[in-house]
Design a protein around this ligand. Structure first.
Ligand code: PDD
Length: 283
C-alpha cells in the first residue's frame, strides 16, 4: 500500500509523523475525505477547492497547485488499484518547536492515503436512528479543520446510544450532524441550514441541493427550529461516506411515518444517477 507524503508516493510502513508537527500537537491543519467509485474520485475538483479555501482561512499557503493535488490523488488511487473506497488528504501547518504562535516560513506537511469503505446500504434503505445534542463547537464550522474533538465526543455519544448520527442544535436552531449535513422535509419543502460559518458546506450537500432544484422540489435554506425538526415529515443526512441516509427515529421517536420518505428516496435515486454520470464522464 502506497501513501502520499509531500507529493511522493512511499510505502505506508516508511511514513512517520514528526512529534512536533503542528497537526499532531494542535490540530493545526485541514483535511478532505473524497469518495472513490469505480476508480473515479467523485467531486474531486470541489473537494480540492474546499481544501484550498479551508487552508486560506487559517493562513496556510498550500505548497502545491490544485492541479498537482488532483493529479497526485489520481496517481495514488491508480497505484493502490482502488476501485471503490475513499481518499483522505490532510495538510498541516508544518513542524516547529511547540509554541502556539507560528513562524510564516514553516513547510506545510501533506499526507494522503486510500481506504476501503462499505456503502451503508442498510441505513440507506431502511433508514437510521439519530439523537440530538447541543452544538457546542467553535463558530468557524465552515473550515474543514483537523480539530474535531466535539464532533468526536458527540458521535461517540450517538454510537453508544445505538444511533448513526447526532443532529446538532445551536440556540434552538438545527445546524448539521457531527459528520454530515442535515435536512428536513416539511409540507413538501426541503429545509436545511444555510451555508455560513455555523456549518460545513458539504460537497454532497451542494450536489443534493442541485438535484433538489433539478427535480422541481421546493427548497428553503433557512435554519430549522428544534420543534420543526421534531415534527418534520422526513429527516435525512448527507456526507461523502453516508451519501444520503434517511433518519427514521430521532431521540427514539419515529420521524414522520417512521420509514424512509418519498423525498429522501427520490433524491437517493437522483444521487446514484449523478455518481454514474460522473463515472461515465471521467472513465
Ligand atoms: N465529514 N458536516 C461535517 C461536520 C462533516 O464532517 C462532514 C463530512 C459533512 C459533509 O460534507 P461532505 O458532503 O463534503 O462529505 C458535513 C467527512 C466525511 C469526515 O470527516 O469523515
Amino acid at each position: 500500500m502506497k501513501i502520499l507524503v509531500n507529493g511522493l508516493l512511499i510505502d505506508r510502513e516508511e511514513a512517520a509523523v514528526d512529534i512536533e508537527d503542528r497537526g499532531y500537537q494542535f490540530g493545526d491543519g485541514v483535511y478532505e475525505v473524497i469518495r472513490v467509485y469505480n476508480g473515479v474520485l467523485f467531486g474531486l475538483h470541489e473537494h480540492i477547492e474546499r481544501l484550498f479555501r479551508s487552508a486560506a482561512e487559517i493562513g496556510i499557503t498550500l505548497p502545491y497547485t490544485a492541479e498537482d493535488a488532483e493529479w497526485d490523488l489520481q496517481k495514488l488511487v491508480q497505484e493502490n488499484k482502488l476501485t471503490d473506497g475513499g481518499v483522505y488528504i490532510q495538510t498541516t501547518r508544518g513542524k516547529a518547536p511547540r509554541k502556539h504562535q507560528y513562524d510564516k516560513g514553516l513547510e506545510p506537511q501533506t499526507t494522503a492515503y486510500t481506504f476501503s469503505v462499505k456503502k451503508p446500504e442498510n441505513e440507506q434503505k431502511q433508514g437510521a436512528a439519530a439523537i440530538t445534542a447541543e452544538d457546542k463547537r467553535w463558530l468557524r464550522c465552515d473550515i474543514k479543520s483537523l480539530n474535531l474533538l466535539y464532533n468526536v465526543m458527540i458521535k461517540q455519544k450517538a454510537y453508544e446510544a445505538g444511533a448513526y448520527e447526532a443532529v446538532l442544535i445551536r440556540d434552538g436552531a438545527v445546524t448539521e450532524g457531527t459528520s454530515s449535513n442535515v435536512y428536513a422535509v416539511i409540507n413538501g419543502v426541503v429545509r436545511t441550514h444555510p451555508a455560513n460559518e455555523l456549518i460545513l458546506n458539504g460537497i454532497t450537500r451542494v450536489k443534493i441541493l442541485e438535484l433538489i432544484n433539478q427535480n422541481g422540489i421546493q427548497l428553503k435554506e433557512t435554519p430549522l427550529t428544534e420543534e420543526e425538526l421534531r415534527q418534520a415529515d422526513e429527516i435525512f443526512i448527507s456526507s461523502t461516506t453516508a451519501e444520503l441516509i434517511p433518519i427514521v427515529t430521532l431521540d427514539g421517536k419515529p420521524v414522520g411515518s417512521g420509514a424512509p420518505g418519498p423525498v429522501a428516496k427520490k433524491l437517493q435515486e437522483a444521487f446514484q444517477a449523478s455518481i454514474q454520470q460522473e463515472i461515465r464522464i471521467q472513465s
